[in-house]
Design a protein around this ligand. Structure first.
Ligand code: ADP
Length: 378
C-alpha cells in the first residue's frame, strides 16, 4: 500500500537537532515523512505563509526571539496549519501553556523525543486541526444559511403583508358594495368600484414586479422594441400618474423632440416608478418637477421631488434588489424595494444610465438617460 507523504516544515536553528529529527522520522514505519528545514525566524515565517506543508515543527529557541512569538505572528497572519513546539528540558515552566495560548496545537520536550511519540503527536495534531477546520467551516456555513433564511423570511413576510392589505380592503369593499347595490346608492357604489380597481392595480403591479425580478435573475428579461415619440410617452405617463394624486401637481419642463428606439412600455415603467416614489416618499410636498432634455447623443428625464431626501450612503444601495431605506418614516410606506432595481435593469439593457441626486431635507432627483442613435438590433 502506498503511504501518503506528510510534509513537515521544521524551523530549528540547531543543525544537529535537525539531523536528529530527520533520522527519527525516517525510521518510523508505516509513515512517509518529508522534512523541509528552515533555520531562522524570518525564513521560517516566510515559508509557513507561502509554501504547502502539513505541519510545522518549531523550536522554542530562534536566535533573539522565541518560537512563541513566531506562533503568535504566524497565527495573526492567518496561518491555519497545526504547529508543535519543541523545547529543551531547561526551559522555564509554563512554556507549554504559553505555547497553547499563542496558538500551538501541542508541545514536546526534546529530552523525551522518540520516534513513536513524535509520530503519534504529529498525526493527532494534523487530524485534530482538520476536524477543527471542518467544524469552523460548517459553523460559518450554518451562520450564512441562517442569515439567508432570515432575509428570505423577512422578504416573504413583506410580500404577505403587501398582498394582504389590498386583499382585505377588496373584501371589505365587496361586502359593502353588495349592501349598497341592494339599497340602490349609485354614487357610493361607483366610489367603491374605483377603490377596488385601485387595489387590484396595486396587486397586479406587485405581481408584475415579482415576475420581472425572477426574469432578470434568470436572464430572461425581454424587450419589445420599436421607434417611439419620447415626449409623447412622458406626457401620457404624467397624465396617467396625475390621476392617482390630488395632493401633488406634476409639472413638466423642456421637450426633446426625439423619436428613440426602445421598449416604450418598459421606459414608461421607469418614469412611473420615479413618479410613484416621488408621490409616496414626499407626501407633504405639493409639486413634482419632470424635466426632459437632450444632451449630446442622449435624451434625459429627471423627476425631482421636495421630500425628505436620501442620505448619501444609501444612494447607491437603493438600486439593489430588495433594498428599502430603513428610515422609520418609510416603514409604514408600502413597497418591496424592487422598483428601482427593475428600473435600473431596464435602463441598462437599453444602453442608458440611471442615477440619483439628493440632499437630506432638500428632496431627491432621479434621472435616466437613453441613447438617441441606438439602432434596431438584428
Ligand atoms: P419601494 O418603493 O417599493 O420600497 P423602490 O426600489 O422603488 O422600492 O425604492 C427603494 C427605496 O428607495 C425605497 O424603499 C425608499 O427608501 C427609497 N426611495 C425611493 N424613491 C425615493 C424618493 N423619491 N425619496 C426618498 N426615498 C426614496
Amino acid at each position: 500500500m502506498e503511504i501518503h507523504p506528510i510534509t513537515i516544515l521544521l524551523i530549528e536553528d540547531d543543525e544537529e537537532d535537525y539531523i536528529l529529527l530527520q533520522k527519527l522520522l525516517k525510521r518510523i514505519q508505516y509513515a512517509n515523512y518529508n522534512i523541509v528545514w528552515e533555520s531562522t525566524y524570518e525564513t521560517g515565517l516566510n515559508r509557513m505563509l507561502t509554501e504547502q506543508h502539513d505541519l510545522c515543527l518549531l523550536d522554542y529557541h530562534l536566535g533573539a526571539r522565541t518560537g512563541i512569538t513566531l506562533i503568535k505572528e504566524a497565527r495573526l497572519q492567518g496561518y491555519v496549519r497545526p504547529i508543535i513546539l519543541l523545547t529543551g528540558m531547561d526551559e522555564a515552566a509554563e512554556i507549554d501553556i504559553q505555547a497553547i495560548q499563542a496558538g500551538a496545537d501541542d508541545y514536546i520536550d526534546k529530552g523525551q523525543l522518540q520516534g513513536a511519540l513524535l509520530h503519534r503527536v504529529i498525526r493527532y495534531a494534523i487530524e485534530r486541526k482538520k476536524a477543527e477546520l471542518e467544524r469552523e467551516s460548517l459553523l460559518s456555513e450554518k451562520v450564512a444559511a441562517k442569515e439567508l433564511e432570515k432575509r428570505r423570511n423577512e422578504f416573504i413576510s413583506m410580500v404577505v403583508h403587501e398582498i394582504k392589505t389590498p386583499m382585505t380592503s377588496l373584501k371589505g369593499y365587496g361586502q359593502l358594495l353588495q349592501r349598497k347595490l341592494a339599497t340602490g346608492n349609485t354614487e357610493q357604489t361607483s366610489y367603491m368600484l374605483t377603490r377596488m380597481d385601485a387595489q387590484i392595480n396595486k396587486l397586479t403591479g406587485l405581481i408584475e414586479n415579482l415576475r420581472d425580478v425572477t426574469r432578470i435573475e434568470s436572464g430572461t428579461f425581454q424587450f419589445i422594441e420599436d421607434t417611439f415619440d419620447f415626449d409623447k410617452l412622458v406626457d401620457e405617463t404624467i397624465e396617467e400618474i396625475q390621476l392617482t394624486t390630488d395632493r401633488q401637481t406634476i409639472c413638466r419642463k423642456g421637450r426633446t423632440g426625439q423619436e428613440i428606439w426602445g421598449d416604450r412600455e418598459r421606459v414608461g415603467q421607469v418614469i412611473i416608478n420615479f413618479l410613484t416614489n416621488a408621490i409616496k416618499y414626499a407626501p407633504d410636498a405639493n409639486t413634482i418637477l419632470v424635466k426632459t432634455a437632450v444632451l449630446g447623443n442622449e435624451v434625459i428625464v429627471s423627476v425631482r421631488d421636495f421630500g425628505p431626501g436620501i442620505p448619501e450612503d444609501k444612494q447607491k444601495k437603493i438600486f439593489e434588489p430588495f433594498y428599502r431605506h430603513e428610515e422609520s418614516a418609510h416603514r409604514t410606506i408600502p413597497g418591496l424595494g424592487l422598483g428601482l432595481y427593475i428600473a435600473a435593469e431596464i435602463v441598462k439593457l437599453q444602453e442608458g444610465k440611471i442615477w440619483v441626486e439628493s440632499e437630506e431635507g432638500e428632496g431627491t432627483t432621479f434621472s435616466f438617460s437613453l441613447p438617441i442613435d441606438r439602432k434596431p438590433q438584428k
